[in-house]
Write a protein that binds this ligand. Sequence first.
Ligand code: FPP
Length: 241
Amino acid sequence: MAAKDTKDISPEHVAIIMDGNGRWATARGRPRLFGHQAGARRVREIVEACPELGVRYLTIFAFSTENWKRTQTEVAGLMALFRRYIEKEAKRLLKHGVRVRFIGDRLRLDAKLVKLMDDLEVLTSHNDLVHLTIALNYGGRDEVARATKRLARDVASGKLSPDDVDEETLPRYLDTCLLPDPDLVIRTSGEARISNFLLWQSAYSEYEFIDTLWPDFTAEIFAQTIGRFGLRERRYGAVAV
Ligand code: FPP
């Protein structure tokens, strides 16, 4: 029998909770923002490792609806980092075949940042090698609430019948409506929580909690994690045959 191609057993969609930037910086006696900057550099390496590993969709948690509770300095620093990341990486993402999308509520974000996000989505819209989704001001419960509001409007206007609301209908209103569900969710830094990330979408995802802090999460560790995924048996609630 021919050896199985790694791409056959790779997760099509990997989602990552990039945790540990703050601890990484503190351990070096540096401000937390120093850790976020190192984390941003790691994003490039992980995105560019995807094609080789057979990962077509990568979704990363950059800023949660709860992260506004951090100090004003850290929030402003992160927002500036996101702006710089988009400005600096746009050409490279385009060249590497990456299509970028953003999920989350844009209403609370700065207009300049939103413009950069919109422009990057348009610029990369013809790419198809890797689909990178950046969750920014994203919360799973917030997303379901916003989706429900839109769905309720369609019911109120007669566009949708209440009898037609089911497991197929609701996800069409989610921010992720164009994405497959994640096969694998990775969280770095040793914490074993999902922190309001892709709550609906990860119903049948496999989870990997990795001790490494995000700025130390290399393409090699990523490849090892993807390799372990191939050994898992996914049953979706059924019995193994
Ligand atoms: C969690 O670590 C990380 C964040 C809240 C920010 C994630 C952002 C990046 C990786 C930077 C850049 C991203 C892009 C898309 C350019 P933490 O601060 O909670 O770490 P801690 O738990 O050690 O305090």
